[in-house]
Ligand binder design. Sequence first.
Ligand code: FRU
Length: 296
Amino acid sequence: MNPVLCVGCTVIDFVTINDNFPEEDTDRRCLDGFWQRGGNASNVSTVLRLLGSDVDFFGMLSHAGAFRVLLDDLHRRGIDVQHCPHTEMDPPFSSVIIVKATGSRTIVHCNKNYPYVTWQDFSKIDLKRYGWIHFEARKASETIKMMRAVQEHNRMNEERIIISLDFESLFEANLPLCGLCDYVVFSKELANQQGWQTAQETCTELAHRVKPNCPSIICPWGNTGAVCLDATTQNLHNGPAYEPKQIVDTLGAGDSFMAGFIYATYALRQSLPDAVDLANRVAGHKISQFGYDHIA
Ligand code: FRU
């Protein structure tokens, strides 16, 4: 089976575990802490590998010393980065506060104009290698050109590449990407920013805005599970959440859902409702412990 290509960012997550959310302008010790490789497409790659898929990551790498930790982790996990361009800049990072009682995660992201991969970088990749390309909705102007190149590839070749999008920010800018995809996973946080109150409403409203080239839309909605809208039948389906006994760490739950969905659809060839069910299970299992390794 051809590998999955994940296009997006990789960052360092500095995580502290706290007994409650810190008060502003106080000096305190955390209960525990760790750092790990993060970033949406980067986490999707990690979880796909743990589930047993072959994965290449395509994002901006760096020659800076601080980036070494990210590279080592990518190599250790067998995530191929051969196509990635490099910069000299220090890597982006996130400060993440986890509250022990709830497992909630609060992320402050620091990017400082770290460069994003361009369509020119992407055009050097031999797309024949891949069966699925997953994009993070980051820089729409470049991503749209990359998606069009995949569509062009699909027109010229018998083996179609499936395109998915993780849509969790910049609604207006990234909306035009949806019509070029097979699957769009839309975040609850972004739905709330649009004033959409439920996952059903989100799927229907988004479909309405993307017509006529509407992809299948999947909307995870925390502990109420996820709703999906099938592009061909227009059927809505609601899949339950699988909450663990104790919620420990919700950092990367959405990325784990995304990876579970890709794995189920691509590697296991499951139907849309079944793939959403497996995605819910992977996300539920992810939040039962810190990090990602227990998903394997
Ligand atoms: C979690 C995550 C973190 C990263 C942030 C980037 O979904 O990918 O690993 O710090 O989001 O936006």
